[in-house]
Design a protein around this ligand. Structure first.
Ligand SMILES: [Mg+2]
Length: 177
């Protein structure tokens, strides 16, 4: 299947096949696990919102034996708290070079890129998406990354996009890998 904007729905047969061998899901945070907005209070403290249904999907995927990791260009207390809640311990925050972070992640886990799914929303995610066997952009991703993904979610980042990918991986794992 060509890497282009996801006209086919995320549960299409081609994607299900592609999802079958996935052993690790790598997520960007801002714009993927969130809607991309970063709020500041009067003291400069940062906060942002995560979606509870994404969280449920992430936990379900991990229970199914698929590793979930995060590679983010930023770091914040809000992100750290959310990752802690979800039990995500493989997190590369303030990763200025996502290609290097991914290389370290693959090395540490011993999981090959051929078993990797990734979700992104913007140009910094490109090196991760380009290596992933299943590369997904959120519905409202920057159009500049459409050429390097296999599909786009129906829902935007922070609003259930991650859950769609989790559901796809779960469906593929139920059907056997
Ligand atoms: Mg992002």
């Amino acid at each position: 299947m060509a890497r282009r904007a996801g006209r086919p729905p995320l549960l299409g047969p081609g994607l299900l096949r592609r999802a079958r061998g996935i052993r690790m899901l790598v997520l960007d945070v801002d714009g993927v696990m969130t809607d991309g907005q970063i709020h500041y209070d009067a003291d400069g403290r940062e906060f942002k919102s995560f979606h509870v249904r994404d969280g449920y999907g992430i936990v379900a995927v991990r229970k199914a034996g698929i590793e979930v990791a995060v590679i983010s260009g930023r770091g914040s207390g809000a992100t750290a708290g959310r990752l802690r809640d979800l039990g995500i311990t493989r997190a590369y925050l303030e990763a200025g070079d996502k290609a290097a972070a991914l290389a370290a992640l693959l090395h540490d886990t011993g999981i090959p890129a051929t078993a990797l799914a990734a979700v992104g929303d913007d140009a910094p995610d490109r090196p991760v998406l380009e290596r992933a066997a299943l590369a997904v952009a959120v519905a409202d991703a920057h159009p500049g990354i459409h050429d390097c993904v296999h599909a786009r979610t129906r829902l935007p980042g922070g609003r259930g996009a991650v859950r769609e990918v989790c559901d796809l991986l779960l469906r593929a794992s139920v059907r056997g890998r």
